[in-house]
Design a protein around this ligand. Sequence first.
Ligand SMILES: Cc1cc2nc3c(=O)[nH]c(=O)nc-3n(C[C@H](O)[C@H](O)[C@H](O)COP(=O)(O)O)c2cc1C
Length: 332
Amino acid sequence: MAGLLSPLSFAGLTLRNRIVMPPMWSGQATPDGGVTDAIVEYHRCRAAAGCGLVIVEHSFVHPRGRASATQLGVHTDAMIPGLSRLAAAIKAEGAVACLQISHAGPRTSTEVAGARPLGPSATRHVHNAGGELPEAATLPQIADVVAAFGKAAVRARAAGFDAVELHAAHGFLLSQFLSPLANARDDAYGGSDENRQRLHLEVLAEVRTCLGQDFPVFVRLGATDETPGGLDIAGGCATAAEMVRGGVDLVDVSGGLQGSRGTGTGSGYFVPYAEAIKKCVRVPVIVTGGISDALMADGLVREGRADLVGIGRAMLNDPDWARKAIASLLPR
Ligand SMILES: Cc1cc2nc3c(=O)[nH]c(=O)nc-3n(C[C@H](O)[C@H](O)[C@H](O)COP(=O)(O)O)c2cc1C
C-alpha cells in the first residue's frame, strides 16, 4: 500500500513522494507582480527539503483579479523570465513545479485592482461584510477572464512549470460563481448547478485549448461553503466530476466561501471532503488543512483517504518539514 513517501505517476508527471507544499502567498513580489529572489528562495528551500510537489503561490491572471499589492503576477509576458527562474529553482531541487493561477474576484479592492472588484453579482459575500461591493461581471468581462486564464496558463508553461493549478476556492472569482450564496445571476452563469459550474468549465476548456490535452492541469476546488444555503459537498463532488470530465488531472481539495481554514478545527479538517471527492473522481486528490504530523499524513495516504497531502502552515514555520518527515518515516 502506498504511503506518504511513495512516488506517484500521473498525467505524464512523476512525483518522488506525496508531500505537497500548497500554494501560500508570501507577499514578496515586486510592485508589478514580478518574481524576487525572496520568492525563489521561499519555494526553493522547501523543494530542497524533499517535497514531491511545490504549488507556487497564487498568481493573478488579470490586473483586475489581483488580490494584493505584493502578489505574484502571470498577467503579461514580461513576467515569464522571473517565473522561469522560479520554476527552474524548484525543479533543480527535484520537485515538480506547479503555478497556481487565479482571479481574486471580489476578494480585492479598487485600490489594488484599479477598478471595482468583479463578482458574479453585486452582493457582498456572507463572510466579507466589510469588503467593497463587487460589480456584477458582464458577459464581455467574463469572456475576458476566461481568455486571461488561457494566456496565463501558456505563460506558465513557457516559464517551464510542469503544471498549472486553477484557483477555484476561498471565495475567489470561480468559487463565488459556484456558490448559490454569492451567485444570484439569472443568465447562463447562474440559477442551476450547471450554470454555476459554467465559468469553471469554460476556464478549463480555454486552458485546454491553449495548452493542448497533454499539459497537466490541476484545480484547487472550494469543495463546500460550509454555510447554510451555500455550496454543499454534493455540489463540490459534482463539480469535481465535471472538471475531471473536462480534462482536469488532479483535484486539490480546499474550502469555498469559508476559506482555507473552513469551519473545522483540529488536524485534517478537510479530510472528509477529500474522501467524498475521491469517491467521485479517478484522478489524484490532495488534502490540506491543519495537518502537521508526518505519521498522520502517511496514514491518510495508506488508508486511501487522499493521494497527496498538503502541509501549509507547518511548512511555513519549518521550511525543513519535509526533510524531517521523510527521516521520521524511513525504516530504521
Ligand atoms: C500565508 C498563507 C498564504 C496562503 N496563500 C494561498 C494561496 O496563494 N493560494 C491558495 O489556494 N491557498 C493559500 N493559502 C491556504 C493554504 O494553501 C492552505 O490551504 C491553508 O493554510 C490550510 O492548510 P494548513 O493548515 O496546512 O496551513 C494560504 C495560507 C497561508 C497561511
